[in-house]
Write a protein that binds this ligand. Sequence first.
Ligand code: PLP
Length: 386
Amino acid sequence: MFDERLIERLGRIDTPFYFYDMELLRSTLSAVKEEADKYKYKVHYAFKANANGPILREIRDFGFGADCVSGFEVRKALETGFDPSKIVFAGVGKADWEIELGIDAGIESFNVESIPELEIIDEIAGEKNRIANIALRLNPNVNANTHHYITTGLEENKFGINQWDLEKVAKVLKRLRNVRFIGIHFHIGSQITDLGSFKDLCLRVNDLQKWFVSNRLYPKVINVGGGLGIDYENPDENSIPDFKAFFELFDEILELNADQEVHFELGRSMVAQCGNLISKVLYVKDGVNTKFAIVDAGMSDLIRPALYQAYHKIENLTSQEGEEKYDVVGPICESSDSFGKAVRIPKARRGDLIAIRSAGAYGEVMASQYNLRRLPLAYYSDDGLF
Ligand SMILES: *Cc1c(COP(=O)(O)O)cnc(C)c1O
């Protein structure tokens, strides 16, 4: 994706910074839309993956909804012009002001994660003389086979309502007057590359659905969450995830009634590949059995490797000399501030431009000012600069 002209332009900008390929973003969004439309599936974009204005506006213009996990994200969705009737709000710990905000805005649904939360939403809606739409987030106890920090659908995780509470939830729902039950919601984890995990989810959904119907609670919406993984190893060969196979699987296995809607909440798969963290080599230093390429980006700019032992492909955009092995590390005072060990890249020298690929999701949004660094800036391929 980096041709000579682009590399020359990127080289003029102070590093580190994020660079977003907006053409790739649009191709990805149109692939999602085309495949989801085949089955009339509705997709809500998970804001927490990347909430930069230019990216959100593209997503809004494609007609996707918003999946929010904080009141701040709900507010951002409203400010960006997402239709409130396409905003859903999940999260285990919604504060009162966040619930009020959602009710005042008339969002599509609260994805409710516990009985106490359900009662508080009912109470706040009652005070406002409003009815709040709710979907129950259920813990399906399905293993996503991904890193344990991004596994969310097992009974030991904090998310969702567990099976053994279902009877109780049904009773509470029948008593409450200010909430309207619209559906059931699931989200089993992130960076899921084994479609078998989604198959397991569908089978659980089919079972759970029957339980609800037999308890005279009719879920109009089946929200199966997000989690589709991307190819971090081959960002150029597989720049757009296989949305066709993904949606096809749900169509094949989910058992639906005629007027039911299926909703998805995709984050990473929509925005990860369009983002890159661009950095420069400051120093090359010899270590024990290794060489360090010390770059000017650090874990404050991209924390995924330190937090989840995540892999990002690293490229030297400047050099074409023979490959050597480096530990590519940042300047921050933590040993975990490393982007990769024994990485093979063309021989690195001070000043070389380094691209850390597939950083569009859970990258810039997680940036911090640790070590009093400044937050990374963002540039977009259609800025005019490129
Ligand atoms: C994070 C999250 C998503 C998006 O997950 P991706 O792996 O980025 O697709 C969807 N739904 C909920 C409730 C989430 O918390």
